[in-house]
Design a protein around this ligand. Sequence first.
Ligand SMILES: NC(=O)c1ccc[n+]([C@@H]2O[C@H](COP(=O)([O-])OP(=O)(O)OC[C@H]3O[C@@H](n4cnc5c(N)ncnc54)[C@H](O)[C@@H]3O)[C@@H](O)[C@H]2O)c1
Length: 276
Amino acid sequence: MKEFNQKVAVITGAGGGIGRELSLQLARQGCDLALADISEENVTETQRQAQQLGVKASIHLVDVGDAEAYQAFVAEVIDSHGKVNLLFNNAGITLQRSFENHSIEDWDLVLRVNLWGVIHGCKFFLPHLKAADEAHIVNLSSMAGFLGLPNQASYSSTKAAVRMLSETLATELARFNIGVTSVHPGAIATNMIRNTLDRADDQAKAKKTLETVEKMAMPVEKAASTILTAVNNKSFRVRIGKDSVLLDLLKRWMPVMLHKLIIHKMSGAKRAVAQS
Ligand SMILES: NC(=O)c1ccc[n+]([C@@H]2O[C@H](COP(=O)([O-])OP(=O)(O)OC[C@H]3O[C@@H](n4cnc5c(N)ncnc54)[C@H](O)[C@@H]3O)[C@@H](O)[C@H]2O)c1
């Protein structure tokens, strides 16, 4: 899609981070917005900033994991905007917990938001995307969609599933002229990981991860503009950040060795804790 002017974009998780930045960059290019989030305060702030840029921006309080609420949201968007050209399945959460410490409720929560949220978006907006003169779906996976990261079992599983869903959709929807982009960011400077701190099973480890991630994180503005360029170019896949590119390459060049290295690093850390 070359132009966003006079298009309508749906963005889930628009209350902060990548979702807010995508919304504002689209607004600067004249795109009307349907902004969805569970946080009324945060999504209202995104709406305020977008409206200042002169576009129409509706807000929708919806938990993307709730199928019934999602269908009501789709009806609201069509009522308000009449069409949908772009769907950004962006809302996502993570948890820093070992598999052993993941409860079934933890799994349920992460699967609902990160996987069912994307499935609901693709399923319930599909008839409207088919009806549009130009349409594109953007699914936020992660570099965790390339590799099962330690303490991220639910997150990595959902992001790998989103990657596969995007591959299937890209092949099935091409005949309707609907583009699909699978997005694989590395560390991006948002509050996503900071927000998980209080739910982490190992606070010290989680704080250390946060520090490392914050040191290397890419500014959210650059991440969002890279995603929009990928939509302009109809790219099927976009890796964001050197960390994501490197991990993808390592995983493909030396899949077994990479896992051995991670296991070695993890067991080294465990030994150090046992000796302290
Ligand atoms: N930040 C990173 O380093 C990073 C890396 C890789 C992938 N991603 C992915 O990018 C996407 C955006 O992440 P972010 O860093 O901007 O996160 P963020 O935490 O800054 O923002 C996520 C937004 O989603 C909203 N949200 C959470 N649960 C929701 C639900 N059930 N329904 C609707 N909205 C909900 C939150 O209120 C928040 O406004 C996510 O899918 C994430 O997995 C982020």
